[in-house]
Design a protein around this ligand. Structure first.
Ligand SMILES: C[S@@+](CC[C@H](N)C(=O)[O-])C[C@H]1O[C@@H](n2cnc3c(N)ncnc32)[C@H](O)[C@@H]1O
Length: 365
């Protein structure tokens, strides 16, 4: 459990208790806790989420498929709560642009959103929040989810927002749904609108320099993938905000020289110091996987840098001390997370809503 987590934040829980379905390594939970909410339980079927989830947050982790979770388990976690918040971020792969056309309604992950809906019906929370990729809003399953909420008596709002507007040093468009049985609930206005956005420099400018393939001795997550000789030549020829188009012809891969490859301009680039980072994917640690080159060091960004660009605190622990670090797995946990500061904006919006309702009730009494 996070040091000092019991105490200040929990006392400030505003009577709202949360359960986080599909909790992953805890991006959303950390953000909700940062806003001052109390989160009691996170559910995920990936056992490796337990350590980061519990180590950095106050909530307990339940390793289970959401499809197998029942209302009694969640109600136990909600015991004594004045207001119950059911939060969740079902896997977004079925709906992401990267998977366009490859995964459809027959994939069982497609239905996980309706499992979330089933738990809304069974648990009868006061508040619900859900985050996902923007494309989900175009799918029938999303309309069904919204209908289910409305039929259950919720006021529902949803919008696609840019996380860069909410204190995240990254361009990342996400669909955020908020629903309340107490009244209208909307996401708060941007906290860092254009002109005030956090940049790559703000986030990672002070992390110690490392070389491609090197792991920092004080922070094992500050590790950058090794680069081949060819990719080292390529990154040296890369410009911030550019792509492989900046290179001499002999460095360009055969697939990019073809007419069909010329459209893939958003790979092999460096980030720009004074702008938000591009969207962190689950493979952000690879130089060839996007514009994931460090702005000035000849390497891809490290696992830690990606976490910080997702607005995880610099000291967020993803594996126990001394445990092996599996780059692909940690990259997936980080790339899939709800950026902590977006979670905080969601939490703040919920707190302000509940406080306004309470103030209205006090005035009426
Ligand atoms: C988009 S990620 C969630 C990220 C998380 N909310 C955060 O902010 O860090 C989706 C998560 O759903 C989990 N998952 C996939 N299928 C599941 C299932 N049937 N039951 C529970 N968790 C599942 C994955 O292991 C993954 O951690």
């Amino acid at each position: 459990m996070r040091k000092g987590a019991k105490g200040k934040e929990q006392k400030r829980g505003f009577g709202i208790c949360g359960v986080d379905l599909f909790c992953g390594a805890g991006g959303l939970t950390r953000g909700l806790e940062k806003a001052g909410l109390e989160v009691r339980l996170g559910v995920d079927l990936d056992a490796e989420c337990k350590f980061p989830y519990e180590e950095n947050n106050s909530a307990r982790f339940l390793e289970k498929s959401v499809s197998d979770v029942n209302a009694a388990e969640l109600n136990k976690a909600f015991e004594g709560a004045e207001y119950k918040l059911l939060a969740g971020c079902a896997p977004c792969q079925p709906f992401s642009t990267y998977q366009q056309g490859k995964i459809g309604p027959s994939d069982e992950r497609w239905n996980l959103l309706m499992e979330f809906g089933r738990l809304v019906r069974e648990v009868n929370p006061d508040l619900v929040t859900m985050e996902n990729v923007p494309r989900l809003a175009e799918q029938e399953v999303f309309s069904e989810f919204v209908c289910l909420l409305e039929d259950s008596g919720f006021h529902v709002s949803h919008a696609v927002v840019n996380c860069a507007d909410y204190g995240v040093p990254q361009q990342r468009n996400r669909l955020v749904l908020l629903a309340s049985k107490l009244g209208e609930l909307r996401l708060c206005p941007p906290t860092t609108p254009e002109g005030k956005r956090k940049t790559v420099r703000d986030a990672i400018g002070k992390l110690p320099p490392i070389e491609a393939g090197q792991r920092h001795d004080k922070d094992p997550l500050h590790h950058s993938s090794r680069l081949s000789e060819l990719n080292l030549l390529r990154i040296r020829a890369s410009k911030p905000g550019g792509s492989w188009r900046d290179w001499d012809e002999d460095l360009v891969a055969a697939c990019h020289r073809k007419d069909t490859g010329k459209t893939y301009a958003s790979v092999y680039g460096r980030m720009v110091w004074d702008a938000p980072a591009p969207t962190m994917t689950t493979q952000y640690f690879g130089f060839g996987n996007g514009r994931f080159g460090h702005p000035e060091q000849d390497r891809a960004i490290s696992l830690r840098e990606g976490a910080v660009l997702q607005s995880f605190p610099k000291g967020y622990k993803f594996v126990p001390k001394g445990a092996p670090i599996h780059t692909k797995h940690i990259g997936r946990l980080i790339g899939n997370a709800v950026p902590v500061n977006l979670g905080r904006a969601i939490g703040k919006s919920i707190i302000q809503h509940v406080e306004a309702i309470k103030a209205g009730e006090a005035e009426a009494a």
